[in-house]
Write a protein that binds this ligand. Structure first.
Ligand SMILES: Nc1ncnc2c1ncn2[C@@H]1O[C@H](COP(=O)(O)OP(=O)(O)OP(=O)(O)O)[C@@H](O)[C@H]1O
Ligand SMILES: C[C@@](O)(CCOP(=O)(O)O)CC(=O)O
Length: 203
Protein backbone atom coordinates (compact mmCIF):
# COMPACT_ATOMS: atom_id res chain seq x y z
CA UNK A 1 0.00 0.00 0.00
CA UNK A 2 1.35 3.43 -0.94
CA UNK A 3 0.72 5.40 2.18
CA UNK A 4 1.16 8.87 0.75
CA UNK A 5 -0.95 8.28 -2.32
CA UNK A 6 -4.20 9.75 -0.97
CA UNK A 7 -3.29 13.33 -1.51
CA UNK A 8 -6.10 14.91 -3.57
CA UNK A 9 -7.29 18.17 -2.14
CA UNK A 10 -10.43 17.76 -0.05
CA UNK A 11 -12.94 20.28 -1.34
CA UNK A 12 -15.94 19.56 0.82
CA UNK A 13 -16.98 21.85 3.63
CA UNK A 14 -19.23 19.94 6.01
CA UNK A 15 -21.36 21.97 8.43
CA UNK A 16 -20.85 19.68 11.39
CA UNK A 17 -18.50 16.80 12.12
CA UNK A 18 -19.24 14.81 15.28
CA UNK A 19 -16.15 12.93 16.45
CA UNK A 20 -17.01 10.15 18.92
CA UNK A 21 -14.48 8.38 21.09
CA UNK A 22 -14.69 6.04 24.03
CA UNK A 23 -13.30 2.83 25.43
CA UNK A 24 -14.18 -0.57 23.99
CA UNK A 25 -17.84 -1.44 24.62
CA UNK A 26 -18.62 2.03 25.93
CA UNK A 27 -21.33 2.11 23.27
CA UNK A 28 -19.92 4.29 20.48
CA UNK A 29 -21.60 2.32 17.70
CA UNK A 30 -24.86 2.00 19.63
CA UNK A 31 -25.11 5.76 20.20
CA UNK A 32 -23.89 6.89 16.79
CA UNK A 33 -26.40 4.52 15.13
CA UNK A 34 -29.22 6.17 17.12
CA UNK A 35 -28.03 9.67 16.20
CA UNK A 36 -27.71 8.78 12.52
CA UNK A 37 -31.22 7.33 12.57
CA UNK A 38 -32.63 10.55 14.06
CA UNK A 39 -30.99 12.84 11.51
CA UNK A 40 -32.54 12.86 8.06
CA UNK A 41 -30.60 10.37 5.94
CA UNK A 42 -30.01 12.88 3.16
CA UNK A 43 -28.16 15.13 5.63
CA UNK A 44 -25.79 12.76 7.39
CA UNK A 45 -23.22 10.07 6.84
CA UNK A 46 -21.53 7.67 9.26
CA UNK A 47 -17.77 7.31 8.95
CA UNK A 48 -15.64 4.67 10.59
CA UNK A 49 -11.91 5.20 10.60
CA UNK A 50 -11.51 1.48 11.18
CA UNK A 51 -13.34 0.65 7.91
CA UNK A 52 -10.40 1.19 5.53
CA UNK A 53 -8.21 -0.76 7.97
CA UNK A 54 -10.68 -3.64 8.15
CA UNK A 55 -11.30 -3.56 4.41
CA UNK A 56 -7.57 -3.90 3.70
CA UNK A 57 -7.25 -6.61 6.34
CA UNK A 58 -10.24 -8.56 4.98
CA UNK A 59 -8.87 -8.44 1.45
CA UNK A 60 -5.32 -9.43 2.32
CA UNK A 61 -6.18 -12.09 4.91
CA UNK A 62 -9.30 -13.58 3.30
CA UNK A 63 -11.60 -12.45 6.14
CA UNK A 64 -15.23 -11.29 6.28
CA UNK A 65 -15.34 -7.48 6.14
CA UNK A 66 -18.91 -7.33 7.52
CA UNK A 67 -17.95 -9.47 10.50
CA UNK A 68 -14.88 -7.31 11.17
CA UNK A 69 -17.22 -4.29 11.16
CA UNK A 70 -19.77 -5.89 13.53
CA UNK A 71 -20.10 -5.81 17.32
CA UNK A 72 -19.37 -9.54 17.77
CA UNK A 73 -16.30 -11.53 18.82
CA UNK A 74 -15.02 -12.13 15.27
CA UNK A 75 -12.99 -8.92 15.03
CA UNK A 76 -11.30 -9.43 18.41
CA UNK A 77 -9.10 -12.24 17.06
CA UNK A 78 -7.57 -9.86 14.53
CA UNK A 79 -7.59 -6.62 16.55
CA UNK A 80 -3.99 -6.73 17.74
CA UNK A 81 -2.61 -7.43 14.25
CA UNK A 82 -4.75 -4.69 12.70
CA UNK A 83 -3.53 -2.24 15.34
CA UNK A 84 0.11 -3.15 14.70
CA UNK A 85 -0.23 -2.83 10.94
CA UNK A 86 -2.25 0.39 11.04
CA UNK A 87 0.18 2.02 13.47
CA UNK A 88 2.97 1.41 10.97
CA UNK A 89 0.95 3.21 8.30
CA UNK A 90 0.09 6.07 10.69
CA UNK A 91 3.75 6.58 11.50
CA UNK A 92 4.26 7.57 7.88
CA UNK A 93 1.02 9.59 7.56
CA UNK A 94 -1.06 10.15 10.69
CA UNK A 95 -4.13 11.24 8.71
CA UNK A 96 -4.05 8.34 6.28
CA UNK A 97 -7.05 6.42 7.62
CA UNK A 98 -9.05 9.56 8.42
CA UNK A 99 -8.71 10.66 4.83
CA UNK A 100 -9.30 7.13 3.53
CA UNK A 101 -12.55 6.96 5.56
CA UNK A 102 -13.74 10.33 4.23
CA UNK A 103 -13.29 8.97 0.72
CA UNK A 104 -14.61 5.47 1.37
CA UNK A 105 -17.90 6.78 2.80
CA UNK A 106 -18.17 9.60 0.21
CA UNK A 107 -18.57 11.93 3.16
CA UNK A 108 -18.24 15.10 1.12
CA UNK A 109 -21.71 14.44 -0.31
CA UNK A 110 -23.37 15.18 3.08
CA UNK A 111 -23.28 18.20 5.41
CA UNK A 112 -23.22 16.27 8.70
CA UNK A 113 -20.55 13.66 9.40
CA UNK A 114 -20.67 11.25 12.32
CA UNK A 115 -17.31 9.60 13.02
CA UNK A 116 -17.85 6.78 15.48
CA UNK A 117 -14.31 5.71 16.32
CA UNK A 118 -11.80 8.43 17.10
CA UNK A 119 -8.92 6.87 19.04
CA UNK A 120 -5.88 9.09 18.83
CA UNK A 121 -4.90 12.73 19.33
CA UNK A 122 -3.70 12.66 15.74
CA UNK A 123 -7.27 11.79 14.61
CA UNK A 124 -8.57 14.91 16.38
CA UNK A 125 -5.69 16.92 14.95
CA UNK A 126 -6.35 15.80 11.38
CA UNK A 127 -10.05 16.65 11.46
CA UNK A 128 -9.45 20.00 13.19
CA UNK A 129 -6.67 20.91 10.75
CA UNK A 130 -8.89 20.14 7.78
CA UNK A 131 -12.33 21.24 8.98
CA UNK A 132 -11.76 23.68 11.87
CA UNK A 133 -14.81 24.81 13.81
CA UNK A 134 -17.17 22.32 12.10
CA UNK A 135 -15.60 19.70 14.37
CA UNK A 136 -17.35 18.79 17.64
CA UNK A 137 -15.99 16.15 19.98
CA UNK A 138 -17.90 13.66 22.10
CA UNK A 139 -16.52 11.24 24.68
CA UNK A 140 -18.67 8.19 25.45
CA UNK A 141 -18.13 6.82 28.95
CA UNK A 142 -19.47 3.67 30.62
CA UNK A 143 -18.56 1.98 33.89
CA UNK A 144 -16.16 -0.94 33.63
CA UNK A 145 -18.77 -3.32 35.02
CA UNK A 146 -21.25 -2.35 32.32
CA UNK A 147 -18.61 -2.68 29.62
CA UNK A 148 -17.87 -6.18 30.91
CA UNK A 149 -21.56 -7.06 30.74
CA UNK A 150 -21.43 -5.93 27.10
CA UNK A 151 -18.60 -8.38 26.39
CA UNK A 152 -15.46 -6.39 27.18
CA UNK A 153 -12.52 -8.45 28.43
CA UNK A 154 -9.31 -6.61 29.33
CA UNK A 155 -6.70 -7.55 26.72
CA UNK A 156 -3.02 -6.76 27.19
CA UNK A 157 -1.55 -5.00 24.20
CA UNK A 158 -4.96 -3.53 23.33
CA UNK A 159 -6.58 -1.95 26.39
CA UNK A 160 -3.26 -0.67 27.73
CA UNK A 161 -2.01 0.54 24.33
CA UNK A 162 -2.24 3.81 22.40
CA UNK A 163 -5.32 2.67 20.50
CA UNK A 164 -7.41 2.65 23.70
CA UNK A 165 -5.47 5.08 25.93
CA UNK A 166 -4.19 7.96 23.82
CA UNK A 167 -7.28 10.09 24.49
CA UNK A 168 -7.45 9.35 28.24
CA UNK A 169 -5.74 12.63 29.13
CA UNK A 170 -7.87 14.76 26.82
CA UNK A 171 -10.22 16.61 29.16
CA UNK A 172 -11.91 19.03 26.79
CA UNK A 173 -14.88 17.52 24.96
CA UNK A 174 -17.85 19.37 23.55
CA UNK A 175 -20.03 16.68 25.14
CA UNK A 176 -19.47 13.74 27.42
CA UNK A 177 -22.10 10.99 27.22
CA UNK A 178 -22.56 8.65 30.17
CA UNK A 179 -23.86 5.39 28.70
CA UNK A 180 -24.58 3.12 31.65
CA UNK A 181 -27.76 1.66 30.19
CA UNK A 182 -30.08 4.23 31.76
CA UNK A 183 -32.32 4.79 28.76
CA UNK A 184 -33.88 8.09 29.80
CA UNK A 185 -30.52 9.59 30.79
CA UNK A 186 -29.05 8.53 27.46
CA UNK A 187 -32.03 9.91 25.57
CA UNK A 188 -31.58 13.34 27.20
CA UNK A 189 -27.89 13.43 26.28
CA UNK A 190 -28.65 12.44 22.71
CA UNK A 191 -31.30 15.16 22.53
CA UNK A 192 -28.72 17.78 23.60
CA UNK A 193 -26.52 16.84 20.67
CA UNK A 194 -29.42 16.73 18.20
CA UNK A 195 -30.55 20.21 19.32
CA UNK A 196 -27.03 21.56 18.82
CA UNK A 197 -26.91 20.07 15.31
CA UNK A 198 -30.26 21.64 14.51
CA UNK A 199 -28.96 25.04 15.64
CA UNK A 200 -25.82 24.67 13.54
CA UNK A 201 -27.85 23.67 10.48
CA UNK A 202 -30.18 26.67 10.83
CA UNK A 203 -27.44 29.25 11.36
N1 LIG B 1 -27.30 2.04 26.16
C1 LIG B 1 -27.27 0.78 25.73
N2 LIG B 1 -28.36 -0.02 25.90
C2 LIG B 1 -28.36 -1.31 25.45
N3 LIG B 1 -27.30 -1.92 24.84
C3 LIG B 1 -26.19 -1.16 24.65
C4 LIG B 1 -26.12 0.22 25.08
N4 LIG B 1 -24.90 0.69 24.74
C5 LIG B 1 -24.26 -0.33 24.13
N5 LIG B 1 -25.01 -1.42 24.08
C6 LIG B 1 -24.63 -2.77 23.50
O1 LIG B 1 -23.32 -3.08 23.99
C7 LIG B 1 -22.53 -3.69 22.96
C8 LIG B 1 -21.27 -2.85 22.72
O2 LIG B 1 -21.68 -1.59 22.22
P1 LIG B 1 -20.96 -0.92 20.96
O3 LIG B 1 -20.62 -1.94 19.93
O4 LIG B 1 -21.78 0.25 20.56
O5 LIG B 1 -19.61 -0.42 21.70
P2 LIG B 1 -18.34 0.22 21.06
O6 LIG B 1 -17.86 1.28 22.00
O7 LIG B 1 -18.63 0.65 19.65
O8 LIG B 1 -17.34 -1.04 21.09
P3 LIG B 1 -16.03 -1.38 20.20
O9 LIG B 1 -15.05 -0.30 20.48
O10 LIG B 1 -15.60 -2.70 20.68
O11 LIG B 1 -16.48 -1.40 18.75
C9 LIG B 1 -23.41 -3.77 21.73
O12 LIG B 1 -23.98 -5.06 21.67
C10 LIG B 1 -24.49 -2.71 21.98
O13 LIG B 1 -25.71 -3.03 21.35
C1 LIG C 1 -7.60 -1.70 14.17
C2 LIG C 1 -8.69 -0.87 14.81
O1 LIG C 1 -9.13 0.10 13.89
C3 LIG C 1 -9.88 -1.80 15.16
C4 LIG C 1 -11.10 -1.02 15.59
O2 LIG C 1 -12.22 -1.81 15.76
P1 LIG C 1 -13.55 -1.30 16.49
O3 LIG C 1 -13.77 0.17 16.14
O4 LIG C 1 -13.33 -1.46 17.97
O5 LIG C 1 -14.64 -2.15 15.96
C5 LIG C 1 -8.17 -0.17 16.04
C6 LIG C 1 -7.17 0.92 15.75
O6 LIG C 1 -7.36 1.70 14.80
O7 LIG C 1 -6.18 0.99 16.50
Amino acid sequence: MEVNKISEKINSSPSCILLFSGKRKSGKDYITDIILERIKRENAVMLKISAPIKSYWAETHDLQFDDLMGAGEYKEKYRQDMIKWSEGVRRQNYGYFCEAAVKMFKAHEKPIWIVSDIRRKTDLKWFKENYGSAVKTIRVVADEGIRKQRGWIFTEGVDDAETECDLDDVLEWDWKIINNSNESELEKQIQDILSAIENIMHL
